[in-house]
Design a protein. Structure first.
Length: 161
């Protein structure tokens, strides 16, 4: 492989992995799929460096992560007795929190869920419970996505060298 091609592939893999990590925290960017695209690029440009089995396993894990990321907040909010207002508040909190890293990303979704549930029910105790469960759900899904991105990035970048 020519040096320029190798360099461009390496830069693409690194940028996709970095964007994947950012996307694991932000709701608008699909984090693990971007890392999976990086691994797929490595798979095709460096034959034999990433096994087909590993690629398929990571694809399945990305699908599981997307499913969990989509359904976990709704399920946890519903199990906790929360309303749709709490979910909307948490989502708005995630978006607003992006402008105040790192603590804004963690705390503002909690505040958003709390305010949303408070608007729906006017009960502080219930609003705190739902906000905590929403926060816990967010942290667990983000943690899972970050771990998955770390594994994919490790194998992708290792295969380049």
């Amino acid at each position: 492989m020519q040096y320029l091609t190798y360099f461009l592939v390496l830069i693409a893999v690194i940028l996709l992995n970095i964007t994947g990590f950012v996307g694991s925290i932000t709701p608008a960017i699909p984090g693990p799929p971007l890392c999976l695209i990086a691994m797929t690029i490595v798979y095709f440009f460096f034959p034999g460096s990433v096994s087909t089995t590993l690629l398929i396993v990571m694809l399945v894990l990305c699908l599981i992560a997307a499913t969990i990321d989509y359904f976990a907040p709704m399920l946890v909010t519903k199990l906790g007795g929360g309303s749709k207002h709490a979910m909307v508040g948490s989502t708005i909190g995630i978006i607003v929190g992006l402008f105040f890293p790192p603590w804004g990303i963690i705390l503002i979704p909690f505040v958003g869920a709390f305010v949303g549930e408070l608007i729906a029910n006017f009960k502080i105790g219930k609003a705190l419970k739902v906000a905590f469960l929403s926060f816990l759900s967010f942290m667990l899904t983000v943690g899972f996505k970050l771990i998955l991105c770390s594994i994919i990035a490790f194998f992708s970048i290792k295969a380049c060298f």
